[in-house]
Design a protein. Structure first.
Length: 84
């Protein structure tokens, strides 16, 4: 997570008790008032505090959003974040 903060990501939402078994490509995970859509394959079982960090940046005039679902300090999975 520290590396993500250094790259300009900010805390978007925190969930004190989130349970999920894997983050497979296109799988959706509800978290707070958002839906996190996985863009990776990570096979972890997690129950507990989870946080989503997000960032928007511009590349060649296009606005691109990026998000990570972090299950603990050292395990963050790439994805996209949508409002419910």
């Amino acid at each position: 997570m520290v590396d993500l903060f250094r790259r300009g990501y900010q805390l978007v939402v925190t969930e004190p008790y989130l349970s999920f078994e894997a983050c497979e490509f296109d799988k959706t995970i509800p978290i707070g008032g958002y839906i996190f859509k996985c863009q990776t394959y990570e096979y972890v079982y997690h129950y507990g505090k989870a946080e989503v960090l997000g960032r928007t940046f511009v590349v060649k005039g296009q606005s691109i959003s990026s998000a990570y679902l972090c299950a603990g300090e050292d395990h963050c999975m790439a994805g996209a974040l949508y409002a419910r």
